[in-house]
Design a protein around this ligand. Structure first.
Ligand SMILES: Nc1ncnc2c1ncn2[C@@H]1O[C@H](COP(=O)(O)OP(=O)(O)O)[C@@H](O)[C@H]1O
Ligand SMILES: [Mg+2]
Length: 256
């Protein structure tokens, strides 16, 4: 579904991502792990159009997207969340999802902001789809709460819901479980599994929580110093001496 070949980007002398080959297969949950600063978020930036690679190519569903801007890539069905979400606006949860449904079409977005003349049918569709997505995301009970007032874990679920509103076929999640307590992490795990099983969406996830990674990933790719260090099934990767060393070398115990 997604194929990166020889992807590199350098910041000055720093090889943030260096000649990485990586493939995401349709229907899988693929996790990208590695110590802080390994180049994981930079890799997401490259494949989602937020950064231009210095070399290499990215092909999505058979189309070369290497030089497309982010909105064009999203429109093709490759949608991402960000490591640090900024969704604390003074609007309620339902409104933010409604805007999410329309924000990939500029006219629709303006229509909603200006309370413009969308057809009644279109409004109903957005309303119904919003309710459906809120229910799917476990946010229906919070729909009238201001986004900034709901618990942090629910804000992270909302960030995932907003990405779903854009209609992805491939969803990129950047550390979705960071800052979540165990109950919230388990809700997130359940949601990710349902995104795949009920919506048929392929998942490519950066995550530090190794329990979460091991319990839901079909495959794991490890980055270290911008390079691909290992790839395989979760247990294979977890016992790979190179991987253990990369984590221990930076003072991490996650990979053990
Ligand atoms: N826009 C940028 N300009 C300069 N350096 C950057 C930029 N983005 C990331 N870096 C550097 O690239 C390296 C990889 O960063 P990042 O991809 O965020 O790592 P990770 O997500 O694996 O923790 C880090 O050393 C980071 O400081
Ligand atoms: Mg990162």
């Amino acid at each position: 579904m997604l194929e990166a070949k020889g992807l590199s980007v350098h910041f000055g002398g720093l090889k943030a991502v260096e000649k990485v080959d990586l493939e995401v297969r349709q229907g899988e949950i693929l996790s990208l792990i590695g110590p802080n600063g390994a180049g994981k978020t930079t890799f997401f930036n490259l494949v989602s159009g937020f950064l231009r690679p210095h070399e290499g190519s990215v092909v999505f569903k058979g189309q070369d997207i290497t030089h497309l801007p982010p909105h064009r890539i999203a429109a093709l069905g490759l949608v991402r969340t960000f490591q640090k979400t900024n969704i604390f606006a003074d609007i309620d949860v339902a409104e933010s999802v409604k805007i999410g449904f329309s924000s990939h079409r500029t006219a629709g977005f303006l229509d909603i902001l200006l309370h413009g003349k969308r057809s009644r049918r279109e409004q109903m569709d957005v309303k119904e789809r919003t309710a459906e997505l809120l229910r799917f995301s476990g946010l229906l009970g919070l729909r009238r709460d201001l986004v900034k007032n709901i618990p942090y874990g629910k804000q992270r679920m909302l960030a995932v819901a907003l990405a779903l509103a854009a209609g992805p076929e491939l969803l990129l999640l950047d550390e979705p479980a960071t800052g979540l307590n165990p109950v919230e992490t388990s809700e997130l795990r359940d949601m990710i599994l349902r995104i795949r099983s009920e919506l048929g969406i392929t998942i490519f996830m950066i995550e530090h929580n190794m329990n979460l990674v091991a319990s839901i990933s079909d495959r794991v790719v490890v980055l270290n110093h911008g390079e691909k260090l290992a790839e395989g099934l979760p247990p294979e990767v977890a016992r790979n001496p190179l991987v253990i060393e990369a984590y221990l070398g930076r003072g991490y115990a996650h990979a053990s």
